[in-house]
Unconditional design. Structure first.
Length: 99
């Protein structure tokens, strides 16, 4: 007899999105990108008082979670909201929070 899986795929996705959103810098980046089409990493570095390497780690976390996508346009990287996943995250959070 096998045990029933109690953690759903929805819960796993929601947790991944929540983890990626769990830092104020990442929330700032998401808010910025959700209000404009795209942004270059260099522009973010100028706007935020953090090291480029620190910003890169935050962008990597958001990208790994699928909330943003990056496109290399040497020497910069252009970041945008991943619209499909962003919409999914919004839906999952709304469903979860309405309890």
């Amino acid at each position: 007899m096998t045990k029933k899986e109690v953690i759903t795929n929805k819960q796993k996705k929601l947790a991944r999105y929540a983890k990626a959103m769990g830092h104020p810098i990442r929330m700032y980046v998401l808010e910025l990108l959700s209000n404009q089409s795209c942004c270059y990493s260099g522009d973010l570095t100028e706007e935020l008082a953090i090291a480029k390497s620190t910003l890169s780690q935050h962008l990597k976390e958001l990208k790994d979670a699928g909330l943003i996508q990056g496109e290399t346009e040497a020497p910069k990287i252009k970041y945008c909201i991943h619209k499909e996943n962003w919409k999914e995250a919004q839906t999952l959070f709304k469903e979860f929070l309405k309890g």
